[in-house]
Design a binder for this molecule. Structure first.
Ligand SMILES: [Zn+2]
Length: 427
């Protein structure tokens, strides 16, 4: 976009006068931002920092110093031989009356036997005037291939959809330690340690959110990052957060800590007691409660099943009490035999064989129904329901509720013997 306003022309002129600091940013990032990894198997370690190999004897407690380049490595047990790391790093400067935030994209490619390749470029600058008006100088972001492209030029400040806070921005992983911020921002607690939220997000939130300011001043960056999109949880557990602040307890993994708090809540623990909310080893405390919850959930499930079984036991008993007088019925026309279902197991079996809902819909609970099974030899043909009040055949259904060729014959047989069934009720 060509600069159109006076402010945009001023910003572009300033922007073009900025020093290229790619090299300084990269040197710092190599030292302090990128992870130094060693990929180890049982016999060898590959130093990702220089691509050279050395013996795994040099590894102690997942750490090692590379004998070739001197890098202090974190050792990962893996057969992987390549790696890629990417991040956003930033530098804050003051230029004229502007606070400038310069964001860089850094990608590092690592390969067994090769020196790493680094790629760094400046992708976005925020220019913020004393009165809060601002402009953005950036490359364009191609959502399709999730990559930056084009030149650094004046861009539209707003972006719909992609970033939930509505303005075009990136969140830096780290600010360069030589970053310079205006004192009005430093008063809020903003300095080069700012993490979790971007500078723009910070200055847009801080004037309206005392909680954000409190978290920032306490350097609770994990909570700060988490607060974006979880303000409800921050509000709900604020008393517990205050306990942490008072005890200078730094929360490093915010989502695990909130998860842990919910577990404490379930077990009615005091959420204002430092003993609970500031565990020395969060992961250990968290996992302990997770295991406890798993055990309790399992116990509850077993109790529920047992309850269901007891319920069915009662129902089964009742069914036999109600319907046993029909059990010796055996209606036959020489080929087809129609007999009552004698217990709940038989309902289940009938439902399974016939693929209909005689068991699922608990027909055994229907007081005024008699359920019969029509068979030829061992083969189940249809299931018949007789209403014990009206003495009507309510339905007779074959496999998957289809009628069979014997349908009318079965109904006729049952109707013919209705008197026999009525006699059982009277007896
Ligand atoms: Zn090395």
């Amino acid at each position: 976009m060509k600069p159109r306003t006076k402010l945009q022309r001023q910003v572009i002129a300033y922007s073009q006068s900025l020093h290229n600091i790619d090299r300084e940013m990269l040197e710092w990032a190599k030292r302090d931002c990128l992870d130094h990894k060693g990929f180890a198997t049982k016999t060898r370690v590959i130093c990702m920092d220089c691509g050279q190999r050395f013996s795994s004897d040099l590894v102690s407690r997942k750490r090692a110093v590379c004998p070739h380049c001197g890098a202090k490595l974190k050792i990962e047990g893996t057969r992987k031989r390549n790696d890629k790391q990417s991040m956003y790093i930033a530098m804050a400067e003051i230029c004229g009356e502007f606070q400038v935030i310069r964001n860089f994209e850094l990608i590092a490619y690592y390969k067994d036997g090769k020196e790493p390749r680094y790629f760094i470029w400046e992708i976005m600058q925020h220019w913020i005037k004393e009165d809060g008006t601002r402009e953005i100088v950036a490359r364009s972001y191609n959502m399709g291939c999730t990559a930056w492209c084009g030149d650094l030029e004046i861009r539209k400040k707003e972006m719909r959809g992609y970033y939930n806070y509505g303005y075009k921005d990136v969140c830096q992983d780290k600010f360069h330690p030589e970053s310079v911020f205006k004192s009005k921002y430093m008063r809020y607690g903003i300095d080069h340690n700012l993490q979790g939220i971007s500078f723009l997000q910070a200055i847009n939130t801080l004037p309206y959110s005392p909680k954000t300011e409190t978290l920032l001043k306490a350097k609770q960056y994990a909570l700060l990052g988490y607060s974006n999109g979880h303000s409800g949880e921050i509000g709900k557990y604020w008393p517990s957060i205050k306990i942490c602040l008072r005890n200078k307890y730094k929360i490093k993994d915010a989502s695990m800590w909130f998860d842990y708090l919910q577990l404490l809540e379930r077990y009615h623990k005091d959420l204002r007691n430092a003993h609970y909310v500031c565990p020395k080893n969060l992961k250990k405390a968290h996992d302990l409660y997770v295991a406890k919850k798993k055990r309790d959930d399992e116990k509850e499930r077993r109790e529920r099943d047992m309850q269901r079984l007891l319920e069915l036991k009662e129902v089964a008993q009742k069914y036999i009490e109600e319907k046993s007088k029909f059990f010796d019925l055996k209606l036959s026309d020489g080929k087809i035999i129609v007999v009552p279902l004698k217990n709940i197991e038989e309902f289940k079996q009938e439902g399974d064989i016939m693929h209909h809902c005689v068991f699922t819909n608990e027909y055994f609970k229907k007081k005024d129904s008699l359920i019969l099974s029509a068979r030829i030899g061992k083969k189940h043909i249809e299931t018949v329901e007789v209403n014990l009040k009206t003495w009507q055949v309510v339905q007779s259904r074959g496999v998957c509720n289809e009628n069979t060729e014997y349908h009318n014959r079965i109904i006729g047989l049952v109707k013919k013997n209705i008197g026999l069934i009525r006699k059982k009720v009277a007896s």
